[in-house]
Design a protein around this ligand. Sequence first.
Ligand SMILES: [Zn+2]
Length: 261
Amino acid sequence: MQARPREILDTAGAAGAGLLNFLLPMRCLACDERVGSKGSLCARCWREMPFIEKPWCQRLGTPFAYDVGEETWSPAAIASPPAFDRLRTVTHYDGPARSLVLALKFSRRRELALAMGRWMSRAGNEFLDKDCLVVPVPLHRYRLWTRRFNQAADLAKVVASHCGGRFEPELLKRTRRTRQQVGLSANDRQQNVRSAFTVSRKGVEMVQGRHVVLIDDVLTTGATVTACSKTLLSGGAASVDVLTFSYADPSKGAADDWLNA
Ligand SMILES: [Zn+2]
């Protein structure tokens, strides 16, 4: 396996790292603009990064137009309480955030997970701690074989390293291949992912009574994280919170909706 720049830097020692820093180009993570330090965005991408900010629904993390108090739930959360406790997302799926998601997933720029996971750690700071199990939404083994890595697992690993929780990429399994989610209604999406997940044999004992933080790169209708949360809770988890990098609003016709399949 080819070592990533960060891995090289981790093992190179101070002198080697200095040399590599000198040799590697310093480019914005999301575009090709030169920047002053590695692992950062240029000023324009930073300005255009569509961060989701407080005030938000305590449960779903969806932003409110004005501050209505810390513990307030949105009408959507009241009407249909989710299976998980809280959901937090770093950005809307747009602009530089969309570029990062696509580059991580399809251009195999796995080093991007370092910055994306760092932002996710901040977004999830209310529920991340050293006692949680950090669990990525799994790919079906066929898709893992064709793509060769699970971008959600890369993000989960970084999140776990920041909070001190246990990274558990094999706790959940996707037991059947689901149809691509593109073009499906919210109801059909739920049907599509129902029974698609199970707690792995080695995860059964591990999950009992534990607080799980479920990680994914993109959230659309929430059907996938809901199905995973239900599986974890029925498998014995005490609670589940969800942390994703980006939210693609399906009502706005997110062109890359299928990303979350
Ligand atoms: Zn840029």
